[in-house]
Design a protein around this ligand. Structure first.
Ligand code: NIG
Ligand code: FE
Length: 392
């Protein structure tokens, strides 16, 4: 039996991210649009007046439409929370990489069922806010057993799974960081690689230096994983340039950049992924999106959802921050949260609304995507299709 076709009609203003559409601008915006879904794919996009006949129709009644958000950076396999740490920070204490160990202790003590329930809860939260593709990482296990189980649990819920054994040095190796790097690139990698697509490292003072980060990434690449890097979050350092040199899909955070870092991102095909939830929750300086865009870098915008530095699953919130404080226009921020995230995951099937793409679509209770920044904190997402299935 042929899959059921559904037309979503009367979309007041639809972001397609297809810049080749005549007169539709860089975001490929179509007015009074319709989208036809056939199974899990988009079959047709165009004006409602020309939509082909389908089995079903859904009337969007003038709401705005856009591709589902692609959140290319989160840390959702964890237990416990860090309310006290956040509270202390908002009373003046500064953020450091060390807090990660609090979550490591809670995560190790949790059962598989508890970790999975927590992951599901946050995935549901993200979906209700329009996220239809979500990357997530290990990094709160830091032992062979706990890293591998984190990735197994993540892989049951998303294809975009990242091995981050090199988040910080495990407490057992506090006096032997190189011994920990040997574990991360040896037995732990062997146990983790089958469950992951990506390898990541937190290249930062207090975590791993440039040489250690290179060792971790090269070992992962040799095992068939693709690289992404936590780079230049807390200070200047070698992370961004290492990411570009090794052909990483993304350098994430990019808060402290030299001109050479910006040039490297602009000339390579490593996406600069900005995570303003982290700057918000740590009272850190904002990453300068304008500087990266003006230099010609590809920018993605994601949540970094984790219990320490950025406990938000809301891409709309990150869009609002990026527009208000990072020099992005609403169009640029929406593009970064959809097509940008897809580029950071090297995906061409998501982040756009076009025939053949995955049928991941969001409708907003608003006349245009600009309202995502114009109406910060307002739950505008009113419908979500993921792989052609209406989820919200
Ligand atoms: O991306 N930077 C490293 N990792 C996380 C923070 C994790 C934590 O504090 O638990 C981040 O911000
Ligand atoms: Fe992160």
């Amino acid at each position: 039996m042929a899959p059921i076709t559904t037309a979503i009609i009367n979309i007041g203003s639809l972001v397609t991210n297809d810049p080749s559409l005549p007169g539709a601008g860089p975001l490929g915006v179509i007015q009074d649009a319709a989208v036809v879904i056939d199974g899990d794919r988009i079959a047709w996009v165009g004006p409602t007046s020309k939509a082909p006949a389908t089995d079903n129709a859904v009337d969007a009644e003038g709401r705005a439409g856009l591709p589902g958000f692609v959140d290319s950076h989160s840390h959702l396999v964890f237990a416990g929370d860090r309310t006290e740490e956040f509270n202390a920070r908002m009373s003046g204490r500064s953020y450091s990489a060390g807090g990660i160990r609090t979550t490591v202790a809670a995560t190790r003590a949790a059962t598989d069922a508890e970790l999975e329930a927590n992951l599901r809860r946050h995935l549901g939260e993200a979906l209700r806010q329009g996220t239809t593709t979500l990357e997530t990482k290990s990094g709160y296990g830091l032992s062979v057993h706990d890293e591998a189980r984190a990735l197994r649990i993540a892989a049951a819920h998303t294809d975009e799974v990242t091995y981050l054994g090199a988040h910080v040095v495990a407490p057992e190796f506090a006096d032997d960081p190189d011994g920990y790097v040997a574990l991360v690139t040896g037995e732990m990698l062997d146990a983790c690689a089958p469950h992951a697509r990506w390898v990541d490292v937190f290249c930062e003072r207090g975590a791993f230096d440039g040489d250690q980060a290179r060792t971790v990434l090269e070992a992962g690449i040799a095992k068939g994983l693709h690289a992404r890097v936590h780079a230049n979050q807390l200070g200047h350092g070698p992370g961004v340039r290492l990411a570009v040199e090794l052909g990483a899909a993304s350098a994430d955070h990019c808060t402290h950049l030299t001109d050479a870092d910006v040039d490297a991102l602009a000339s390579g095909d490593t996406v600069a992924t900005l995570l303003p939830g982290a700057e918000f929750s740590t009272r850190a300086p904002w990453p300068d999106a304008r500087r990266l865009l003006d230099a010609g870098a590809t920018v993605a915008l994601s949540t970094d959802c984790n219990p320490g530095s950025s406990f938000t699953s809301s891409v709309p919130f990150c869009i609002a921050l990026a527009v208000r404080d990072m020099g992005m226009t609403p169009d640029e921020a929406v593009r970064a949260a959809t097509a940008g995230g897809a580029a950071a995951l090297r995906r061409t099937d998501v982040g756009r609304v076009a025939p053949g793409a995955r049928a991941d679509l969001v409708l907003l209770d608003a006349p245009s995507h600009i309202h995502l920044a114009y109406r910060p904190g307002v739950p505008l997402v009113s419908a979500v299709w993921r792989r052609g299935v209406r989820e919200v």
